[in-house]
Every structure is written in C-alpha cells, then in structure tokens.
Write a protein that binds this ligand. Structure first.
Ligand code: SF4
Length: 456
C-alpha cells in the first residue's frame, strides 16, 4: 500500500481551505452597520458573495473596488477612493471593512497610506464612516486567517481603556450563527455583560421582514468594540487561531498586551471536556455556578454516550476542515470511542499536529496533515477505508465515489439546507452532533443490511 505521507504533487488540487478575504468579509459582517469592501478585481467579490450566499442563504452585500487592467498596473488608489465614496453614499454605513486581495497585495498597494490620504481629502465630510483594513493575500493563509486577522484589526482600531467593567470579551472563533447565539445565551445565563468579537448570528441568519435591508440589523456595535478595552477578562476559543504567521497577535492577546485584560485561551467547546473547560472558565470569571439547565444538558449527553456506545466504539473516521475545528472534532470523537485515522486541513499554521498531540491526544498516533487538499484526502481515504467522513460539504464527491457516509459539519455546507443553523458547541451542540453521527452510522448499516430491519 502506498504510504499516504508520500505526496506526488506539489500544487494544490481542490483546496481544503477558502480564500483569505472571504474570512475577513464574514468577520466584518459581524459588526453592526458595516459593509465589507474587497480591494481588487470584481471576480473576487463575486466569488465571495456567491460562496457565502450558498452557505448562509442570506443576501450578502460585499462591495468591490473593481480593478481594471489600468489599476492592476498603476495601483488601486482611484478605484479605492471611488468605491469608498459610492459605498458611503449608497449604504450610509458606520464602518467600511476593507480586505485586500491577491492582486492588490501583489502590486503592493499601501493601504495605510491610501486610507490616510482619503481621510485627509474628505476630512470635512461630516458623515465619513470609520475605515478599518486588513491585509489578506490569499496565497498566504486561509479564510480562518483572514477571519481572525480582521477581528484583530477591529479590536485594535476601536478598543479603548477605562474603568474595569463587569463584562466579558468573548471571541467565539469561526463558528456557525447558531453556535454564536448559543454561546451568547450561555454567557448571559451567568449574569455578566459580554462583548462578542464578533457576532454575525443575526446578519447571516436573519428573520424575514419582507423588506430588503441594505445593511441587515444585528452585529457587535462599535460601542461594544470600544468597551472591549475595559472588560474584566477575555475568553478566546481556538488553540491555533491566526498563528499561520508565528508573529501574529490574536485579538485577545492585543487586549492583554495593551489593556492588561486577562486572556483565557480554550479550544472550541465541542465534546464534554472542552465544554467543561468553557463552563469552568465562566464560573471562575463570574464567581457563579453553572445554571442547572446546562448541568442537565451535560447529564443527558453523558447518558446518550452510554446508550450509543455500541454503535460507535471502534469506528474509524477521517476529519477535515479548519484547523481549530478539526482539533475540536477529534477531542469529541475520542470521547465517543471513535478512532480518528486521519486529520486533514488546508491550513498551514504548522501547529495542528502539535496541538492535537499536546491538548487532545497525548498518545500521538493519529496521522495529522496540514496543507492538505481534497485530492490528498481522497487518495488517503481510498487506502484507509474509514467508516465515516466528517467535515464540510466539499468532501461529498469523495463520499460518493468511495461509498463512505459523510457527516456535514462546519463550513461550507453548499448542498444542504441549514448550514448556518448547525449547532456544534456546548453540551447542546455536542448532543446534536452525537445524534447526527450515530444516526449516520446506523442508517449506513441499515441500508447495507441484507435484512430490512426496522427495530434495534
Ligand atoms: S484571486 Fe485571490 S483574493 Fe481573489 S478570489 Fe482568488 S484567491 Fe481570493
């Protein structure tokens, strides 16, 4: 059997990651009154809009500086200034969040200088929106790097110090709108104010109002971003975050370094152990006990682990997706007795194996591959013959070709409804994942049984 370590290609074929400004756009969507602006060609913004609409099933307005051949040669200053004027007059935003593209990064547009010049020219305008930019060359990093770097840029731009308030900064990481809503409810139940970095739970999963809203309601307000500099503590979920660049600073680290706000870094709260860590942190910060409602959820989850053990123990899974998501899923599967036989991500922080070995599975036996693409995963699956694939919908063609059931989680989910409503975190989210995984395995067994049984 060919060793799966042996890569015969050096190019990426069907990337297991998405473009960096796409992640930044999602982060900017999580700020109230913000319009994301992609500095580059029209195609980049169109692709990002299309990709996000397909997952979130919401209108996703993302502006573009619409580069032409001329701007690609002489620089994007004129297009940027025109776009800022157009977006300001048409949307009347409180903030324009600008993310660069491969093209504008390659020609070397100096965004800091350009925005400084723009503000000087239009200094007399009374309704000038706030402007925040993030460098997001997509040939360096992934959508999660763009996401976390944009949150860092937002916090750096707005956070102010002040008298310490009884409030908590929560950086949930790159999760679904349902996850963010759930984490918000949990924190509220501890009776402490919170500032989310950031909250796109309404904007990207909104109610039907019958009206087209240019900027949908919801999101972290600029006042909340300002208040982050005077919080009691920060909880930052995700062990890897934006550490593609080892020198990069996370939003929580920025607040710790500049405002002395204690930072608690945890993994995504998927599974019982990681959820326990999250609830314990909230108990420590607030001095209050976990509400009974969540203790009951935990108890029911433990009960279901016992009930489902016979269906799960010894099954073999391949897990792929964003690095922190893979870490969370592996921790959860280990609790179920499912053996992870391959962890794969298109991320390239260099930390995935280290984090899994040190934080999740000290026995160090799982093959962990970062910088992997879907063709690598397909080749590995053909050899390893897992019982289950766990990851986003981009793995469907592997599932179909090899006849391996796929559990769709994370981002993106392009071939099903409800990707934005998948709950992954906390005891409740873990319960839903547990049911999904167990029933997928039961269904597969039932469908392939020579006997059409309907009772277990
Ligand atoms: S050119 Fe770069 S920034 Fe534009 S869509 Fe492609 S990867 Fe993303």
């Amino acid at each position: 059997m060919k060793n799966i370590e042996e890569k015969t290609y050096t190019s990426t074929r069907n990337a297991c990651k998405v473009c960096t400004p796409l992640g930044a756009s999602i982060a900017f969507k999580g700020v109230a009154g913000c319009v994301p602006l992609i500095h580059g060609s029209q195609g980049c913004a169109t692709y990002i809009r299309r990709y996000l609409i397909s997952h979130y099933k919401e209108p996703v307005d993302i502006a573009s500086t619409n580069f032409t051949e001329e701007s690609a040669i002489f620089g994007g200053e004129a297009n940027l200034f025109t776009a800022l004027q157009n977006v300001s007059s048409q949307y009347k935003p409180e903030l324009i969040g600008i993310a660069t593209t491969c093209l504008s990064e390659t020609i070397g547009d100096d965004m800091q200088k350009l925005l400084h010049k723009y503000k000087e020219i239009y200094a007399r305008e009374t309704n000038l929106p706030a402007l925040v930019f993030v460098n997001t060359p997509s040939y360096s990093g992934t959508h999660t790097d763009g996401f976390h770097n944009a949150i860092h840029a937002l916090v750096k731009a707005f956070a102010c110090g002040g008298e310490v308030a009884d409030a908590l900064n929560l950086f949930p990481g790159f999760l679904s709108p349902a996850d963010i809503r759930h984490l918000r409810e949990i924190v509220s139940s501890f009776g402490i104010d919170q500032m989310l970095g950031v909250d796109y739970s309404d904007v990207l999963d909104n109610e039907h109002t019958g009206n087209y809203e240019k900027i949908p309601a919801g999101g972290t307000t600029l006042d909340e971003l300002k208040a982050m500099g005077a919080a009691k503590a920060s909880i930052e979920l995700g062990y890897i975050l934006n550490k593609f660049n080892p020198k990069a600073e996370t939003a929580g680290e920025y607040l710790e370094n500049n405002f002395s706000i204690p930072r608690i870094n945890l993994g995504l709260p998927i599974g019982i152990s990681e959820s326990d860590f999250f609830f314990n942190a909230l108990e420590t910060i607030t001095g209050k006990k976990t509400p009974g409602k969540y203790k009951k959820q935990r108890g029911r989850l433990v009960d279901s682990y016992i009930d489902g053990h016979k269906h799960l123990f010894g099954k073999r899974a391949v897990v792929y997706g964003e690095e922190d998501f893979v870490v969370g899923m592996v921790a959860f599967l280990e609790e179920l007795g499912i053996e992870t036989i391959l962890c794969a991500s298109g991320g390239n922080s260099g930390l995935l194996k280290k984090v899994i070995d040190e934080q999740v599975l000290p026995r160090n036996e799982i093959p962990v591959h970062d910088n992997y693409d879907f063709e690598d995963i397909a080749e590995a699956c053909a050899q390893l013959k897992p019982d289950l694939l766990i990851g986003n919908s981009k793995g469907y063609y592997i599932s179909r070709k090899l006849g391996i059931p796929l559990v769709r989680v994370g981002f993106p989910i392009h071939d099903r409804m409800g990707g934005q409503r998948i709950l992954h975190v906390g005891y409740e989210g873990t319960q839903q994942l547990f049911d999904l995984i167990t029933n997928t395995l039961i269904e597969y067994k039932q469908d392939h049984s020579p006997v059409g049984y309907k009772y277990m």
